[in-house]
Write a protein that binds this ligand. Structure first.
Ligand SMILES: Cc1cc2nc3c(=O)[nH]c(=O)nc-3n(C[C@H](O)[C@H](O)[C@H](O)COP(=O)(O)OP(=O)(O)OC[C@H]3O[C@@H](n4cnc5c(N)ncnc54)[C@H](O)[C@@H]3O)c2cc1C
Length: 354
């Protein structure tokens, strides 16, 4: 059988691509190395409209959030699981400088739709230290990426060709109108390996700038704010039952991909500084974000081999960049609708040396 598409990698990028391709009745095959080193499996899946010390509105967010929500709700229905968990995000400040930055920004028209009614700071002061001030934003959410990926894998195992193995680039044969990989024949191949695409000889010319992140999964019995996404220096986000996701570090320079003692201590110190409740660290994890020099995704066709594509560069925002741009790539491949210039890998054609 000739497949329409062979996908390499089933993180959130590969999962969403598979979803939109199956909607187009395409025959697909997927190869994934058992989610090894998958960033999606470690991520909190936070959808955060306003970010950073300067309260910047995330790029394209007015379009990305509604599209992401609609996509995840459709997948919830299809898989009969909970994926998209809408919540307010509380950004709490321990010093006057950040509060002043916020006050200067808070009147700007572009963010008014995202500001929640006044936050009840006394609620947070019952279990967190150093809450001088704060603000809550609406339209935030947690996307349960890990649950989605594992359940979608089961669906793919029924509706597609699915192989749990590491793709070996040296075995790929590229022919004029199809590719062959071992016993799989496909008209096109799409690479979605996250940061591991830096080992991909066809696309490693693209300027990845990966950043490691480490997190803790922490048991906090009787934590009263499981309904909020809290950012107070670090994030505390409900994971499941009485487990909370605490993180994360952002390390552009790293020596190892595995979790390190230094970062565990850093995260625990930050947690101890703010949390008044007893806790127990249950897991410590690390992964590498597929971040990119210009912070925009990588979509499109290989400059030399037209049946090779990439979907990558989701950086630190895969949960809400993923749905819109997976859909855009499928519309480009199936209906020749042009890609947004800002995400098209053509912008880096000058780096390709053939
Ligand atoms: C600590 C941390 C926290 C984060 N928090 C958030 C957050 O709150 N919100 C948010 O939106 N984003 C967050 N991110 C970023 C998010 O994880 C990424 O944007 C997104 O998961 C990238 O998805 P991906 O599918 O491109 O890559 P990945 O999830 O890394 O998936 C790549 C897949 O390809 C497979 N693969 C790779 N090479 C091969 C090969 N040769 N053969 C076969 N299979 C292969 C891997 O096994 C893996 O399954 C966070 C990241 C980290 C590290």
């Amino acid at each position: 059988m000739v497949h329409d598409y062979l996908l390499v990698g089933q993180g959130i990028a590969g999962t969403l691509l598979a979803h939109f391709l199956l909607q187009e009745q395409q025959k697909i095959a997927i190869i994934d190395a058992d989610h090894q080193e998958s960033s999606s499996m470690v991520a909190a899946g936070l959808v955060n409209p306003i970010t950073g010390r300067r309260f910047v509105k995330s790029w394209h967010i007015d379009t990305l959030i509604p599209f992401a929500k609609a996509t995840y709700l459709a997948l919830e229905k299809q898989l009969d699981i909970s994926i998209f968990d809408p919540k307010e995000v509380a950004m709490l400040f321990g010093n006057i400088k950040v509060e002043n930055d916020w006050l200067a920004r808070s009147a700007d028209a572009d963010i008014q739709d995202y500001i929640a009614p006044k936050a009840d700071l006394d609620f947070y002061r019952q279990f967190l230290n150093n809450v001088e001030s704060g603000v809550e934003f609406t339209q935030a959410a947690r996307v349960k990426l890990r649950d989605l990926i594992l359940h979608y894998q089961q669906l793919l195992q029924q509706q597609a060709t699915y192989r749990v193995t590491t793709f070996d680039y040296s075995q790929l044969q590229i022919l004029p109108d199809h590719v062959v990989y071992q016993d799989i024949k496909a008209k096109r191949i799409i690479f979605c390996e996250g940061y591991q695409a830096m080992n991909n000889p066809y696309f490693n010319y693209l300027p990845f700038k990966p950043a490691k992140g480490e997190i803790l999964l922490v048991k906090i019995p009787n934590y009263p704010a499981s309904q909020k996404l809290i950012k107070h220096g670090i994030f505390i986000i409900h994971w499941q039952d009485d487990l909370y996701w605490v993180g994360s570090s952002y390390l552009p320079n790293y020596e190892y991909t595995h979790p390190t003692e230094v970062e565990r201590k850093n995260l625990e110190t930050k947690l101890q500084q703010i949390l008044q409740l007893p806790y127990e660290v249950v897991e410590h994890q690390a992964a590498i974000r597929p971040t990119v020099k210009d912070r925009k995704p990588f979509l499109g066709q290989h400059p030399r081999y037209p049946n090779l594509y990439i979907f990558n560069g989701l950086g630190a925002k895969g949960s809400y960049l993923g749905p819109y741009f997976a859909h855009q790539l499928v519309a480009n491949m199936e209906q020749q609708i042009p890609l947004d210039d800002l995400v098209n890998i053509d912008r880096y054609q000058n780096l390709y040396v053939g």
